[in-house]
Design a protein around this ligand. Structure first.
Ligand code: C2E
Ligand code: SIN
Ligand code: SIN
Ligand code: SIN
Ligand code: FE
Ligand code: FE
Length: 367
């Protein structure tokens, strides 16, 4: 087989780029990228390896001619690439100490040349590796130029790929949440479903104003509803008490933050991990006088700082067993007073500058 010339490469790219941009299903997308990469650099196989942080494994869902493979994340050339975050190739794998011949043993395939490069998401975090196996041109050898070509494919596809991974996460997470809820039993928090929805919408709007990207906005929208999940462990006599809590009761109430954190923290799903941070930190205060840890300023995760504003905003504007709903001008005044004390000053200012948009969210999602 021959190397492609630049016109042929360009034509192939045009054929694929539209398809890649439109594809939201993870396995289809991985297959498209594998196909395009293989054709462009004239390899026998291309594979996208994804990093599963929870299990410290690299896995490939679809690869040319083989079913899902999982390998420990610190083995093989892909493991080496993940570790060093640098591209790597060899035209003599069996003489290369980084090569893991276990995959060949399992698949019966013989690797003669192998090239791999790291894949990074929008935040610059590595999420996998793009690998090509067995150069099919007459030389049979990969060259540095092949990196350039594959990198171009990766850069075209990275946005779609991270979105698809996130979608996949959302599906798995929904299942996991349902399971978790079932385990906890009947949810005891008496706040309505709309409270949770309002906190999600308000958090998402504020995240966007703060400059977070679409992926993070979606993440915080999915994760913030679980901020008070720890309240399931607080007795009704406290949770539903019509009047003011005693100091002792309030001390007990404060535990809903650490309880929520402990319930959620062991998940590998990024959305649930994010929820655990939010459950833990949504009652921390910018001035360090919040709970449970008394974190201060930027020690508090941005997601915690955002959800703190969203949660108090909705709590004040809504009726609770222990308080009537506040009028919006009184709510606004509290945020003006608490800017830089309870709440992040930059976020509070953005919130105040767009106050009417936030009010609209509450009005459109009334109980
Ligand atoms: P929540 O009802 O969701 O309220 C969330 C947060 O909104 C409160 O966190 C507080 O920062 C703010 N907030 C709510 N109502 C008021 C208010 O009238 N004035 C002011 N300045 N801020 C308010 P906080 O204080 O850490 O409370 C956490 C949770 O403890 C509350 O969640 C609620 O479930 C419970 N709680 C707090 N105070 C009372 C109370 O007096 N009686 C009862 N029954 N529950 C209370
Ligand atoms: C390796 O990267 O060394 C092994 C993985 C493979 O051969 O596909
Ligand atoms: C692959 O198709 O990339 C894995 C098969 C192998 O290299 O042994
Ligand atoms: C409270 O009154 O519940 C505490 C609110 C605050 O200190 O900002
Ligand atoms: Fe709370
Ligand atoms: Fe809440």
């Amino acid at each position: 087989m021959l190397e492609l010339n630049s016109d042929q490469k360009l034509k192939l790219l045009f054929d694929y780029v539209g398809k890649i941009a439109d594809e939201s299903r993870l396995d289809n997308l991985l297959m498209l990228m594998a196909d395009l990469g293989r054709e462009l650099i004239v390899a026998d196989r291309c594979t996208l390896w994804l990093y599963d942080r929870g299990n410290n494994q690299l896995w490939t869902k679809v690869a040319h001619g083989i079913p899902e493979i999982r390998i420990p994340a610190d083995t093989g050339i892909v493991g080496h690439v993940l570790n060093t975050q640098e591209e790597y190739f060899t035209n003599d794998p069996y003489g290369d100490q980084n090569f893991n011949c276990e995959v060949d043993k399992e698949t019966g395939y013989i690797t003669k040349s192998l090239l791999a490069l790291p894949l990074f998401d929008n935040e610059g975090n590595i999420f996998g590796a793009y690998q090509a196996v067995n150069k099919m041109s007459s030389s049979g050898e990969f060259t540095k130029e092949d990196f350039g070509t594959l990198k171009m494919v990766a850069s075209y596809s990275e946005k779609s790929l991270t979105n698809a991974i996130l979608n996949e996460e959302i599906e798995k997470t929904q299942k996991e949440i349902i399971f978790l809820m079932a385990e906890i039993g009947e949810s005891r928090s008496k706040e309505t479903g709309n409270h949770v929805k309002r906190v999600a919408e308000v958090s998402a709007l504020l995240a966007g104003l703060y400059g977070m990207g679409q992926d993070e906005i979606e993440l915080i929208k999915m994760a913030s509803p679980m901020h008070d999940i720890g309240k399931v462990a607080i007795p009704d006599s406290i949770l539903l008490k019509p009047g003011k809590l005693t100091d002792e009761e309030f001390e007990h109430m404060k535990e809903h933050t650490s309880i929520g954190y402990r319930l959620l923290k062991n998940s590998d799903r990024i959305i649930i991990k994010t929820s655990s941070i939010i459950a833990h930190e949504h009652h921390e205060k910018w001035n360090g006088r919040g709970y449970p840890l008394g974190l201060k300023g930027e020690e508090i995760h941005p997601y915690g700082r955002i959800t703190a504003i969203a949660d108090v905003f909705d709590a004040l504007a809504s009726e609770r067993v222990y308080k009537p709903a506040w009028p919006y001008d009184k709510v606004r005044s509290l945020f003006e007073e608490e800017k830089g004390h309870h709440f992040d000053p930059v976020m509070t200012q953005l919130f105040l500058d767009n106050f009417q948009d936030f009010v609209d969210i509450l009005e459109n999602n009334k109980d």
